[in-house]
Design a protein around this ligand. Structure first.
Ligand code: NCD
Length: 328
């Protein structure tokens, strides 16, 4: 990759990084860190990253920097976009997929040792782990920045960044929208993270799920305490006409205590071309992926289907995030 320090887009990136950077050398653990100022900076940086990727493939901003990519749960998209982001910025990564010891992780023992070892080799650690709260615990054991790439049914802050950026790119704003979340709202951490940020914006919420997969009560209460316009329903058709952003998720099979409970709800909702006839022409359909049966491929040609553009945005937002965490 050629050094593009003279290129106008690299100068643009360097200028944004020279602004006050609240994320430099910090752990990225929760969406609570994404203030409107941080989001504005990440979005501008993501735009610049998109331009530099489209024009030149990338730049050598993170040359000689190393990221440890520790994934204790399967993650084709998140791990690929993090390592892709690092590669396009000229850096490298250490992939780790084995070694979790569930019994002691909640006490921070073996995970802490793993991370303390990895920080001897890497400048940042990206960690996905099946246990809620584990990434926070692990981050406490290291001085090196740790980025939460999903902790069980807890949070998924970097997915949230790309979801917010996609809403912003598709709709031109984060305010004054009706956002309908469909699917497994109980176990879906992407829904939890997105709801948590959007509660601070002028958003009307519609939640569509089977009865036993509703949004956790604590989150619902937070929305009600803020006086949000919130409705829960079981049929997506009831929200279709008013929706600006349709955020669809799969049923999280791996989180169910037993398989029969999963089988009972796995096909309980589906977005079809027929159902979309009632929707606004400029509605955006998002999905964090992977999808199972909830959006058939026949929907993909619809210009409102934004989920692959959303996946692409994951590359730009993760390039932006890594740049902010690793560069000053
Ligand atoms: C999501 C996740 O892992 O939480 N996917 C992702 O990060 N791309 C959603 C899911 O697994 O359903």
């Amino acid at each position: 990759m050629i050094d593009l320090s003279q290129h106008p887009n690299s100068a643009r990136i360097m200028d944004i990084l020279r602004e006050r950077n609240a994320l430099w050398r910090t752990d990225i653990l929760s969406v609570d860190q994404f203030t409107p100022e941080v989001l504005d900076q990440v979005f501008r940086l993501s735009d610049a990253m998109r331009d530099i990727v489209e024009e030149n493939g990338g730049m050598e901003l993170l040359k000689n920097r190393v990221m440890a990519a520790v994934f204790y749960e399967p993650s084709p998209r998140t791990s690929a976009s993090f390592t892709g982001a690092m590669g396009r910025l000229g850096g490298s990564w250490i992939p780790i997929r084995q070694g979790v010891r569930f019994s002691s992780v909640s006490k921070g023992e073996s995970l802490g040792d793993t991370l303390r070892t990895l920080e001897q080799y890497a400048d940042a650690i990206v960690l996905r782990h099946p246990e809620k709260g584990s990434v926070q615990t692990g981050a406490g054991a290291t001085a090196c920045p740790v980025i939460n790439a999903g902790d069980g049914i807890g949070e998924h802050p970097t997915q949230c960044l790309l979801d917010l950026y996609t809403i912003y790119k598709e709709k031109g704003r984060l305010d004054g929208l009706t956002v309908t979340m469909v699917g497994d709202l109980l176990y879906g951490r992407t829904v939890h993270s997105l709801t948590r940020v959007l509660k601070d914006y002028d958003i009307r919420f519609r939640f569509v799920s089977p009865e036993n997969l509703r949004l956790p009560m604590g989150q619902m209460q937070q929305l009600r305490d803020r006086g949000k316009d919130v409705r829960e329903m079981s049929d997506v058709a009831d929200a279709m006409e008013v929706t600006d952003v349709l955020y669809v998720t799969r049923v999280q099979r791996e989180r169910f205590p037993d398989a029969t409970q999963y089988e009972a709800v796995r096909d309980s909702y589906k977005i079809t071309p027929e159902g979309l006839k009632a929707a606004k022409n400029d509605m955006a359909i998002l999905h964090p992926l992977p999808r199972v049966n909830e959006i058939p491929e026949t929907v993909d040609a619809d210009p409102r289907a934004a989920y692959f553009r959303q996946a692409r945005n994951g590359l730009y937002t993760r390039m932006a995030l890594l740049a902010m965490v690793l560069c000053k």
